[in-house]
Design a protein around this ligand. Structure first.
Ligand code: T3D
Length: 263
């Protein structure tokens, strides 16, 4: 059953296993506030409490995905930014990466600062070809946060990572795609459609295999080949005992589409 709920700054919608979280402060390009972080936590709690959740799709209302931290926050210049990261951004990034299902970010218009790194915390990031990605931090005297200093060098290598972070240069979705920063750039007017199509595809895929794939890939960024080979052995052993594996093989042999059930 389709379900939707409006939180103060995030819209929650769930349909056919796809939970869409729409950042909803379009007048400030969905810049992040403490309230928005609280809403995102509540939305993820809700998604995780629903047994049929298969995929999380992150998007933004209005002209852009997310402009990072809300700089109109009265206390921005005086508060302890480390505490703000620990309480909000670090919690969010860690949670997205650890969720047992794929997270897709649909980036249209602009993704700046922590908004750009929120997009990178997704497992798969889709951007509009002309959408703008910028590590805007340096322009206000900060360094990348929300995982940026980790995501960037892992995705594009040290040189490009340092260039993006030290200059804050705006790159397009097309450039981000070419340098391997994102999964795919698509025509600007098709970002949400493409992300929804991908989410629907993944919602119908064998969910345990997706979960094991996600965990193994993230783990690989910190492990040796030797450790990964052991990891793959154990995970594939688990998957080999699932009903979805039997169904996949049967469907192949019977030349029909598989019907995966997540078991
Ligand atoms: O503080 C902590 O907790 C530490 C964590 C920090 C993490 C960070 O994210 S630091 C980086 C913060 N973000 C930025 O520095 C980006 C600031 N915004 C921009 O550079 C530009 O707005 C954009 C490149 C994102 C988009 O430009 P454009 O020309 O498309 O739109 P605009 O006209 O600049 O923005 C539209 C409105 O949104 C405008 O308001 P107005 O003039 O119509 O009343 C603008 O002020 C507002 N807006 C945009 N970004 C933010 C914002 N308001 C508050 N905070 C923002 N980050």
């Amino acid at each position: 059953m389709p379900f939707s709920q409006d939180f103060a700054q995030v819209h929650y919608q769930s349909e056919n296993g796809v939970v869409t979280l729409t950042l909803n402060r379009p007048e400030r390009i969905n810049s992040l506030t403490a309230q928005m972080h609280a809403d995102l936590r509540a939305c993820l709690d809700l998604a995780e409490s629903q047994r049929d959740t298969k995929v999380i799709l992150l998007t933004g209302a209005g002209k852009g995905f997310c402009a990072g931290q809300d700089l109109t926050d009265q206390e921005t210049n005086t508060r302890d930014l480390g505490e703000a990261l620990e309480k909000n951004y670090n919690v969010l990034v860690r949670r997205l990466v650890c969720l047992p299902y794929p997270v897709i970010a649909a980036v249209h218009g602009v993704a700046a600062g922590a908004g750009a790194n929120l997009a990178l915390a997704a497992d798969l990031t889709i951007m509009g070809q002309n959408a703008v990605f910028t590590q805007a931090f340096i322009r206000i005297g900060l360094m990348p946060d929300a995982g940026g200093t980790w995501f960037l060098p892992h995705r594009v290598g040290l040189q490009k990572a340092l260039g993006l972070a030290m200059t804050g240069e705006k790159i397009t979705g097309q450039e981000a795609d070419a340098m391997g920063l994102i999964w795919k750039a698509v025509p600007d007017d098709q970002v949400l459609l493409a992300a929804q199509a991908l989410a629907t595809q993944l919602a119908q895929a064998p969910s345990q295999a997706l979960h094991e794939t996600k965990q193994a890939m993230w783990a690989a960024l910190q492990q040796s080949l030797d450790q990964q080979l052991d990891w793959e052995r154990d995970a594939q052993r688990r998957l080999g005992r699932t009903a979805d594996f039997s169904e996949g093989v049967s469907a192949f042999l019977e030349k029909r589409a598989p019907q995966f059930k997540g078991s």
